[in-house]
Design a protein around this ligand. Structure first.
Ligand code: ADP
Ligand code: MG
Length: 307
């Protein structure tokens, strides 16, 4: 068996800007994802997948709100689990079709994945992550929610605690030896340890969870796919410069200089650093269409421990 490749799919690979999130749109987008992944399977890579869920969980939360007089709204962590199942099944179908068309019989499995967070994580006293629909007034919003006011209306904000441990890590690793596994979608279902496990309403950053998952499956390569081909220095400034091959030390230096904002490139760089520090071999940050070129060292930002 070849190298293990952990692919973290950004929101954009699943839904394009402006798309509302119909099933047909998802099917169309994951078809392209599956095409690339089938190429990599064909080249002998063992694949493990994870993905973001921002637009999808936003829609699920909107459905909870709009249908609340007919079906009880479910908590956010349950909505994350729903999004894992939904996106997982789109990917399973697309991968099954692409792989079977080429004569591959490898199974594709989605694992509903819980990720342990610390009840004392400082994020719980400083919720920062806006989720779900905008509300014109506060009266339909749960009084326990932390809410911010924006120009478009009121919006719920939730904590974004750091992932401590993937609860099903050992099982995911085992399955990854026999199947293409999709796990820890949307950063995972957040749980705290409190006489057992209990779901909490929070959103874990999917890039940070991806680094944990990569470690759990002993990935050789962590590929973080987003909507830009490279990581840039001086992003969107006149002196913008793309990064091709960088070392861990160089990346840490650029991080300290403030090149990577929180909430977008920041967590990807943090995930890259963490994976390499914990023994990972290589991190690629690029777009879906450039993944294969990046693996061949011809495109994208490639980070390694040493030159
Ligand atoms: P994803 O859904 O893939 O996590 P994000 O929007 O969270 O996407 O992160 C990717 C975005 O990060 C890019 O679209 C880009 O606009 C932004 N970005 C911010 N700083 C940088 C940087 N230094 N280099 C590249 N992209 C950056
Ligand atoms: Mg992001």
């Amino acid at each position: 068996m070849g190298k293990t490749l952990l692919v973290a799919l950004g929101g954009n690979a699943l839904l394009k800007p402006g798309q509302k999130g119909t099933a047909a749109q998802h099917v169309q987008n994951v078809d392209r994802v599956a095409e690339h992944l089938a190429n990599l399977h064909n080249r002998g890579f063992r694949l493990v997948l994870t993905h973001g869920n921002g637009p999808q969980v936003g829609n699920i939360l909107l459905q909870q709100e709009k249908a609340r007089d007919y079906a009880p709204p479910l908590p956010l962590h349950v909505c994350v689990a729903q999004s894992q199942g939904m996106i997982g099944s789109f990917l399973q179908e697309a991968l099954y079709n692409k792989l079977h068309a080429r004569g591959f019989r490898v199974p594709v499995v989605t694992v509903v994945t819980q990720v342990l967070v610390d009840r004392d994580d400082p994020a719980f006293s400083h919720p920062t992550k806006p989720v779900g629909p905008y509300y014109p007034t506060r009266d339909r919003m749960d009084p326990r929610w932390k809410v911010i006011r924006t120009v478009k209306g009121f919006r719920r904000v939730v904590p974004s605690p750091r992932p401590k441990e993937i609860v099903e890590a050992a099982e995911i690793r085992k399955i990854s030896r026999q199947a293409i596994v999709i796990a820890a979608g949307g950063g995972g279902v957040p749980v705290v340890r409190e006489r057992g496990l209990r779901g909490v309403d929070a959103v874990i950053d999917k890039d940070l969870t991806a680094a944990k998952l990569a470690e759990a499956v002993q990935a050789d390569i962590l590929a973080i796919l987003t909507d830009v081909d490279y990581v840039y220095l001086h992003y969107k400034q006149p002196n913008q410069k793309h990064l091709e091959k960088v070392t861990l030390d160089e990346l840490q230096k650029y991080q300290a200089a403030g090149h990577f904002p929180p909430g977008s490139m920041g967590p990807k760089v943090q995930a890259a650093i963490r994976f390499l520090q914990r023994g990972g071999g290589k991190v690629i940050i690029t777009s879906l269409d450039r993944l294969e070129d990046a693996i061949d060292g011809e495109w994208g930002t490639v980070v390694t421990k040493n030159k």
